[in-house]
Design a protein around this ligand. Structure first.
Ligand code: ADP
Ligand code: MG
Length: 529
């Protein structure tokens, strides 16, 4: 019998059972995130094995921290990551839609409609949805509207009284860094600092490093900085555990020590020889080296994280040198001023007046790590939204308005279809109502009442009518400035429907003995067309 070809002991699920099991897993993820959607969404407290906690309402963060095992659930997590990477926001929306698409597909399975029909219908619906979204979007042309985008993204994310300030800061940052319609968000570094109040958060041109200079005898301020970035440690490596040095008398020991000293001193001479007056080392720096560096008037920092090294390299035009022996004068970067500043609890290194003026740091200050981290996530979302808007200058109405209009128009489109795919398009359309329903639910409003009112308004031609959660009214959210980038919505709908289709097409889950690598990426999971 064919069945005996593979081991059947619980590591294989097939047919409708496989599909339903996958749908269930996806729904669990979607239901988990649901309560965090929108400005009135609740937070999740994530507790790791070591007892560390994160309080957040950010979709990707929650999913990243949850230990998800189920393969279909992992595919859902992947869309959140893609959404975050591609457009920087809308992750909760994307995951919720995927869950709803699947939940509604199950209703069709119950009616004995074949997955092939469902997936075809979903594909049509998704394509039509993108087309309709394009028609519903409006072009924006002012900075003021970009500020509204940032503000919508941050509503309810722990920066309430400062939303305006942060929104303006974000738009300013994106404008400085942007080249035409392209914004490389990596040029905007976000640094956290505990101790002062959130009000004192600022935007700084340059790079800020959460590190102090190695030695107080080093200058605390260097003008016309010539910056060397070094990967390797400035230490005597070894003697490795195995090697033994036998020293027989004190003189010999002295000689050995001074020999080491000599080697380290030479390293400092090499650094001096390049003309560098600021040094950032990714690894360690020996105390002896630190002493000589201070004597030479060089500002040095050790154990600089790799990402920071890269930011500094980009900002100052320096090249990261892997070995000191390979350093050339042209590897040095420059900045008009490098200095240390004591703020709050600790000192930080500022690199300002950089060669590349398009390097910014948003310094978030705040009382506790939890607060600062959540503000950082809110800012990242908003940065993503503003950058996404700059790409095509198109926005849609938020507060569920665009979803309701889309749903309505897709239902009309469904009527024009003849086959059973029509049912799938209808389910796809209904799934979109999940967004305004949840926004209402999370705000403690009656979702049925809200949905009824929304539908009535849209039927009457109010295509931008959504739920305004500033005043709990159903009204034109576009006019009220609750707006979102078109790109966030198209990406969310596309990836949600893609993953739903992918999951619906799986009819056999086999526990494979060896999956190459251990990546979580969909592409690496062995899903092939
Ligand atoms: P996501 O991860 O999908 O971005 P969010 O928790 O950021 O999830 O919520 C986004 C949703 O909140 C969007 O549908 C957006 O239109 C809605 N929203 C934002 N501000 C408001 C508001 N003031 N009133 C109503 N809805 C809002
Ligand atoms: Mg958001």
């Amino acid at each position: 019998m064919v069945e005996n070809v593979v081991n059947e002991e619980g590591d294989r699920i097939r047919g409708v059972d496989a599909t339903r099991n996958n749908i269930l897993a996806a729904r669990v993820i979607s239901e988990t995130l649901k309560t965090t959607l929108g400005p009135m969404g609740m937070d999740k407290m994530l507790v790791d094995r070591a007892g560390g906690i994160t309080v957040t309402n950010d979709g990707v963060t929650i999913l990243d921290e949850m230990e998800i095992e189920h393969p279909a659930a992992k595919m859902i997590v992947e869309i959140a990551r893609t959404q975050e990477k591609e457009v920087g926001d809308g992750t909760t929306t994307a995951v919720m839609l995927a869950g709803k698409f699947l939940e509604n597909a199950e209703r069709l399975l119950d009616k004995k409609i074949h997955p092939t029909i469902i997936t075809r219908g979903y594909r049509w619906a998704s394509e039509k949805a993108i087309e309709i979204l394009g028609e519903l979007a409006v072009e924006i042309d002012s900075e003021e509207e970009l500020v509204k985008i940032a503000s919508t993204a941050m509503t309810g994310k722990g920066v309430e009284h400062l939303r305006e300030k942060f929104s303006e800061m974000i738009v300013e940052a994106v404008k400085i860094v942007g080249v035409g319609t392209y914004v490389n968000l990596e040029d905007i570094k976000i640094e956290k600092q505990r101790g002062k109040s959130i009000e004192e958060s600022t935007l700084i041109q340059g790079v800020i490093l959460d590190k102090e200079r190695l030695n107080i005898d080093m200058p605390s301020e260097v003008h016309d900085a010539r910056i060397l970035l070094l990967e390797e440690a400035l230490e005597i490596i070894g003697p490795e555990t195995e090697a033994k040095i036998s020293v027989t008398d004190p003189a010999q020991l002295q000689k050995f020590i001074s020999q080491e000293d000599e080697i380290l001193k030479k390293k400092v001479e090499t650094i001096k020889g390049t003309g560098a007056n600021v040094l950032f080392v990714q690894r360690g720096i020996d105390d002896v080296v630190s002493f000589y560096l201070a004597k030479a008037g060089i500002y040095a920092v050790r154990r600089v994280p790799k990402t920071d090294m890269q930011s500094i390299a980009k900002a100052t035009g320096a090249k990261i040198v892997s070995k000191l022996g390979e350093v050339e004068v042209t590897d040095l970067g420059s900045a008009s001023k490098v200095f240390e500043k004591l703020e709050g609890d600790d000192s930080m290194t500022y690199i300002t007046g950089c060669k590349n003026p398009k390097t910014l740091t948003i310094l978030i200050r705040g009382g506790t790590e939890h607060v600062i981290s959540e503000v950082k996530r809110a800012i990242k979302d908003a940065l993503g939204d503003v950058a996404a808007t700059l790409k095509d200058s198109k926005v849609v109405a938020g507060g569920g308005a665009v979803e309701i209009e889309l749903s309505l128009r897709l239902k009309k489109f469904a009527m024009s279809l003849k086959g059973r795919e029509r049912l799938a398009v209808e389910e796809f359309a209904s799934s979109l109502e999940f967004i305004p329903i949840t926004l209402a639910e999370n705000a403690g409003m009656d979702p049925i009442d809200v949905l009824t009112e929304l539908k009535a308004s849209h039927d009457a031609g109010g295509k931008n009518v959504g739920l305004n959660l500033f005043n709990s009214k159903v009204e034109d959210t576009m006019i009220k400035g609750i707006i979102e980038p078109l790109l966030i919505k198209t990406q969310a709908i596309t990836s949600a429907s893609e993953v739903a289709i992918m999951i619906l097409r799986i009819d056999d889950v086999i526990a494979a003995r060896k999956l190459k690598g251990k990546s979580d990426k969909i592409g690496d999971m062995g899903v092939y067309d």
